[in-house]
Design a protein. Structure first.
Length: 95
């Protein structure tokens, strides 16, 4: 059963990658929107955008940091790219 789950997970990531690449070449001027539980991200057609779209980007880090962010937390997101962490932190800290 675990093998079937892993196969489905890999196929899903491949399908998302194909969808991302099709969007990249058919609509190069349009940003792709990825909805996450903590907000929406407008993704560019670069490596980071593709990895966020295919759920391959820092999900483990986000989940590991979540318990440490309280309502009154002050967080510095140095070197932000598209706001992946910023949006998450703002939602967690109720900013």
């Amino acid at each position: 059963m675990i093998a079937v789950y892993k196969l489905i997970e890999r196929l899903t990531k491949h399908l998302l990658s194909i969808k991302f690449l099709i969007h990249k070449y058919l609509f190069p001027e349009k940003k792709l929107i990825k909805r996450k539980p903590w907000g929406e991200l407008a993704l560019s057609h670069d490596w980071i955008g593709q990895n966020i779209y295919t759920n391959n980007f820092d999900e483990d880090e986000i989940l590991a940091l979540a318990p440490y962010i309280k309502n009154d937390s002050i967080i510095f997101d140095v070197g932000a790219n598209i706001g992946f962490y910023t949006i998450f932190f703002a939602k967690q800290a109720h900013a």
